[in-house]
Design a binder for this molecule. Structure first.
Ligand SMILES: Cc1cc2nc3c(=O)[nH]c(=O)nc-3n(C[C@H](O)[C@H](O)[C@H](O)COP(=O)(O)O)c2cc1C
Length: 133
């Protein structure tokens, strides 16, 4: 089976409310788990960061759908490539700004990671490190 991975960032459309984002997160978590898609969808401060990995045709078809979704814009692809093995072990969708809303101090993106499942934390940390190093 040919495996594919796509990673991008985008901006939520201005009319999006918290409940609309919650709907996207729960919908994607269900659909992706049912279709053996691994990865992550994070939403923080009105921005999305997503990685989807799985069977090539499914990933490319899903991405074409996501890319034309009017609930976000300014989509920037970070990678779009064939992979030997998947990096993520499951699929997680998280609304980071909500979980950290009650914190008064500003926290960095890397610090947000501690609100994810431990397995996702390491994968995202390694991915972000690749940009910094
Ligand atoms: C930021 C963002 C990420 C999304 N990620 C996924 C996803 O990973 N899986 C999924 O099934 N739908 C995702 N969607 C929803 C799709 O764009 C689309 O609504 C869904 O595939 C249903 O398409 P349909 O209404 O044409 O059947 C995402 C939407 C947005 C705005």
């Amino acid at each position: 089976m040919k495996r594919w991975a796509i990673c991008y960032v985008s901006t939520a459309s201005p009319d999006m409310e918290e409940k609309d984002i919650d709907n996207i997160l729960s919908y994607t978590e269900n659909w992706n788990m049912d279709h053996n898609i691994t990865g992550i969808l994070l939403c923080s401060e009105g921005n999305f960061f997503q990685v989807i990995e799985g069977e090539s045709a499914i990933i490319q078809e899903l991405f074409a759908n996501i890319a034309k979704d009017s609930r976000h814009r300014n989509l920037i692809k970070i990678f779009n490539k064939e992979i030997k093995n998947t990096t993520f072990t499951g699929y997680e969708a998280a609304f980071l700004s909500k979980q950290t809303k009650n914190l008064t101090q500003n926290i960095s993106y890397l610090e947000y990671l501690k609100y994810l499942y431990p397995a996702s934390q390491n994968t995202v940390k390694n991915m972000l490190k690749a940009f910094v190093d």
